[in-house]
Design a protein around this ligand. Structure first.
Ligand code: ZN
Length: 343
């Protein structure tokens, strides 16, 4: 039998190894207390599983909640994805909105320019959404700040195919994006809620070229040649959710070197990574106060065991212990809604 792809215990081991690797880069930036929490993050995890041990989910553990911890960034992304998909479903049901996916980017910058670049992009973004034309049609947005690092000539990276697809999505062509390497690309991924009439009323509809023109105007950067805008079809909602909710900096990029880590750390630390406005903001509050439960999927699994997964450093692996749930725990863990989404 092949290992189930979604087995959460199989997923956590590479994250723990990543956490230990990243710790070496992160430690000098952390307080003594956070160093301890970060290093120890995920050495203890509590799962529950069905009687046949096929279905499992995490219900607790010692997690450091640091944004630059690979385990915690991953767990937060899964929770954010769940929240966003429920919110989008509820907004669609109750306000009949449709969704657009917008990517806004500016030319790559050097390490010492990243901080100010993010600040100007934030300003430009707010200017853009203050425009009357947008205010009229946009019912709200969910915006994610993401940053990538370009350290090597594209052609030699083993992830060439993946990068190519990524650049295509940003509207860039391989080869014309980054003449000098060792640069960073902060950018925004945005899900926009629009009224249903947006698509069939020419006074409201905004063409791609118009988006580009507006983005150039608010950034005052006329060298920008691309924006990416597309309608999110119902079936593709999951992709957009994943794009917004996934980590804002991948460990692959962030962990290249101490210098690169430092740039990521200094420019993303304390920054709001996901921002919500309008209907998104309103519905995210409803989600947090458990008012959207009717849109959440019930977890139909019948949990029977709890699993204690302890990290054994000398083996670089988790040792599992299965214990039957007590009567109280059976009640506590069964019949709940699903609150994490695979991304
Ligand atoms: Zn952590």
């Amino acid at each position: 039998m092949t290992m189930k792809k979604q087995d959460p215990i199989a997923l956590i081991k590479p994250k723990k190894l990543d956490n230990l690797r990243m710790y070496e880069l992160a430690k000098d930036h952390l307080s003594e207390k956070m160093q301890e929490l970060y290093k120890e993050c995920g050495t203890f995890n509590l799962y529950i599983s069905t009687l046949d041990k096929e279905k499992k989910k995490m219900v607790g553990g010692n997690h450091c909640k640091n944004r630059f911890c690979p385990i915690c960034a991953w767990r937060k992304a899964r929770k954010d994805a769940m929240a966003l998909s429920v919110v989008m479903e509820a907004m669609h049901e109750e306000h009949d909105v449709k969704y657009l996916f917008l990517t806004l980017t500016t030319p790559n910058v050097k390490a010492n320019e990243v901080k100010s670049e993010i600040e100007s992009m934030n300003k430009a973004f707010h200017k853009l959404f203050m425009r009357r034309k947008l205010k009229k049609v946009i019912q709200g947005y969910a915006r994610k700040l993401e940053m990538t690092y370009d350290g090597n000539p594209l052609i030699t990276t083993p992830l060439f195919e993946k990068k190519q697809a990524y650049y295509e999505r940003l509207g860039l062509k391989v080869g014309d994006e980054n003449p000098t390497y060792d640069t960073y690309n902060p950018h925004f991924h945005v899900v926009l809620a629009v009224k249903k009439t947006y698509f069939n009323d020419s006074r409201n509809y905004i063409k791609r070229d118009e988006w580009l023109e507006m983005w150039r105007e608010v950034t005052s950067d006329y060298t920008i040649t691309q924006v990416h805008i597309e309608r999110i079809k119902e079936k593709q909602t999951g992709n957009a959710v994943a794009e917004i909710a996934k980590y804002s900096a991948k460990s692959n990029d962030m962990g290249v070197s101490p210098e690169v880590f430092e740039t990521f750390y200094n420019s993303l630390k304390g920054k709001q990574v996901i921002a919500y406005s309008g209907l998104f903001k309103e519905y995210m509050l409803k989600y947090k106060s458990n008012e959207l439960e009717q849109y959440m999927e019930k977890d139909k699994n019948e949990y029977f065991y709890k699993i204690i997964a302890n990290w054994h450093a000398e083996q670089s692996d988790f040792i599992l212990e299965y214990i039957e749930l007590t009567k109280e725990e059976l009640k506590k863990y069964n019949g709940n809604t699903i609150d994490e989404l695979d991304i």
